[in-house]
Write a protein that binds this ligand. Sequence first.
Ligand code: AHM
Length: 336
Amino acid sequence: MNVNRKVLTLDEFTIQQLRMFPNATGELSNLLRDMGLAAKRVNVEVNKAGLVDILGDAGTINVQGEDVKKLDIFANNQFMGVLRHGISCAGIGSEEMDEFVVFDDEISNNSKYVCLFDPLDGSGNIDVNVSIGTIFSVYRRVSERGKPCTKEDFLQPGRKQVAAGYIVYGSSTMMVYATRRGVNGFTLDPSIGEFTLSHPDIKCPESGKVYSVNHGNFFQYEDRVKAYIDACQKKNRDNGGPYTQRYIGSMVADVHRNLIKGGIFMYPTTIDKPKGKLRLLYECNPFAFIVEVAGGRATNGKQRILDIQPTELHQRSSLFIGSKNMMDELDTYLNQ
Ligand code: AHM
């Protein structure tokens, strides 16, 4: 059989990166490979969602007050499970869980990292076969190694992330992750069951034509946000347009498309959600890190997302994220 040695798997890629740093311990590479393994397990269940009884509400309400779907619980257990049994992670925080979890055993207490994740984002789309995703971020712990991790490890500003990534379960399944050195995308090759490097060194185009926002909330947005959305609709050939509106309602899919093709994604505050809908630690921070490494920008409308000091695990935030030039233009409206 001919094996294409030019195509690197996720495992080969992380090992290749590790070999560039002779003093590296390999803990981060291990953690990223663990995430890839859990993603493959979740992908199998997501693909079967229309077939088996795993589909549908689990009948409980999560800490955010939203219905929990069975697949959310399955995904949560898979990601928590690989990290608990790995050697790199001292504890996790999950969008599905009220409190962070400390893996209080000798190996975990000596691990360098903690991980935060949203195991299944856009879960309202499961029932209708629309793309959903997983989002994760990795921080170096600030608590003393050798002891259980603490809340301070999880409440670090986003700029302290060591790595962040997402998996999009879509027409194909992709894992994209960023470290300070770049953003790389891996597509799951079902013939070998491996993520393979398909999008090396992703850069977010400086400009784009897509704006993504829930128009149904338009009359609940601040006037300055409405003015920007109005301007997007009025774009024509003479002023950099026309723009197109695209909104899937799965943040992972929406931001993934804009990262690759250029665009801006917005989830502003509304009258009903004065603090915003998206979670700072599980959704905004990881995407802000990925998009900034790729050359884009992310703010809450006033401040860089990555500079916000979190005070709670499940804190919410407004989010504006995307191509640099579009974000700069947005600022001219928000700063009026
Ligand atoms: P979820 O955690 O319940 O899945 O909600 C998060 C999702 C994001 O993926 C998406 O961008 C947003 O909620 C859509 O919200 P809305 O339907 O209010 O536009």
